[in-house]
Ligand binder design. Structure first.
Ligand SMILES: NC(=O)c1ccc[n+]([C@@H]2O[C@H](COP(=O)([O-])OP(=O)(O)OC[C@H]3O[C@@H](n4cnc5c(N)ncnc54)[C@H](O)[C@@H]3O)[C@@H](O)[C@H]2O)c1
Ligand SMILES: O=C(O)C[C@H](O)C(=O)O
Length: 309
């Protein structure tokens, strides 16, 4: 199995590192536009192989798409991250051009890879990649829900004083500060609803903290996060390449599901060797449905911006 990661910055390099450590592929190609960066990071990671005991070969290249030929999965992380005070949506002007040209270049060398889009604003970048690539819709998948759901489980576990591994909790909607919807009423600890253990005030705080989870880290670090984003992306690669059929919230192109058309939004999907293989429709309350519609409206507004660039 071969995985290409475009963008050898914070998220791309962390993702490649996770993939290699878990030996999810025999070969990982790391590509960046900045001379030497991908080569250097790939060699640095390869020098951990003797210490960590993995066999995956990581090769770094500067904009050489021939090296990405016949990739099974391509992860797009290229583009600008936000700075404190910015929204993800403000990155659209710079990142749309990057994501579009990267998608075109990938497809010159890999006929039908599964593409995972990480670059922000993710919902619109995933939509753009789907439209640009002409790939089947199940092969273009946005990363955002895996991360947001992991953050949701983190905040829940802090309040419940339990292991995040024992929590089942999903985020749907958009991957934006105001568009994501942490479904707290659906979340469970073991088989018990978490709301049985939390006051209304605690629930509101967990939801709010989850929604601004990325912004909180951006403020602390000065640029956006990479450990959980890299791990979230690698978890998606793992479910795909090992055909695990894990249920993971991902950005997918909707054609009627959740009442939406011609849009990419985050919903729970089964991830396997064919990409996303099934969309799972949750039984949403009227309030949750309205929140989903509001997210869709906001993401559609951003998608419309693409026409003006
Ligand atoms: N979807 C998510 O959940 C999520 C999570 C974290 C970050 N992100 C997004 O991922 C992107 C990357 O974040 P980061 O922290 O790794 O940023 P970064 O600045 O550390 O890395 C980005 C890399 O992309 C490279 N690049 C730029 N244009 C390129 C091109 N045309 N071809 C190849 N490489 C190119 C840059 O040289 C840089 O090395 C940002 O847009 C960020 O907002 C999304
Ligand atoms: O917050 C960001 O801008 C990066 C990413 O989308 C995140 O949620 O960490």
């Amino acid at each position: 199995m071969k995985v290409t990661v475009i963008g050898a910055g914070a998220v791309g390099a962390t993702c490649a590192d996770n993939i290699a450590r878990k030996e999810l592929a025999s070969e990982v190609v790391l590509l960046d536009i900045k001379e030497g960066v991908a080569e250097g990071k790939a060699i640095d990671m390869m020098q951990t192989a003797a210490l960590l005991g993995f066999d995956t070969k990581i090769k770094g290249v500067t904009n050489d798409y021939a090296a990405t030929a016949n990739s099974d999965v391509v992860v797009i992380t290229s583009g600008m991250p936000r700075k404190p005070g910015m929204t993800r949506e403000e990155l659209i002007g710079v990142n749309a051009g990057i994501v579009k040209s990267v998608t075109e270049n990938i497809l010159k060398y890999s006929a039908e890879p599964i593409i995972i889009v990480v670059s922000n604003p993710m919902d619109t970048m995933n939509y753009l990649t789907y439209k640009t690539s002409g790939l089947p819709k199940n092969k273009v998948i946005g990363m955002g829900g895996a991360l947001d759901s992991a953050r949701f489980r983190y905040y829940l576990s802090q309040e419940l004083k339990c292991s995040p591994a024992d929590l089942n909790a999903v985020v749907i909607g958009g991957h934006g500060d105001t568009t994501m919807i942490p479904l707290i009423k659906h979340a469970t600890w073991g088989s018990k609803p978490v709301v049985d253990f939390l006051s209304e005030e605690q629930q509101k705080k967990i939801v709010a903290d989850t929604m601004v989870g990325g912004a909180t880290l951006t403020k602390l670090i000065g640029t956006s996060a990479w450990y959980a984003p890299g791990a979230g992306t690698a978890a998606m690669v793992e479910s795909i390449l090992r055909d695990e059929k894990k249920l993971i919230s991902c950005g997918v192109y909707l054609e009627g599901e959740y009442g939406q058309q011609d849009i990419s939004l985050v919903v729970p999907v089964v991830l396997g060797r064919n990409g996303w293989e099934q969309i799972v429709e949750l039984d949403l309350s009227e309030e949750e449905k309205a929140a989903f519609q509001k997210s869709a409206d906001a993401v559609r507004t951003m998608n419309d911006v693409l026409k003006t660039l």
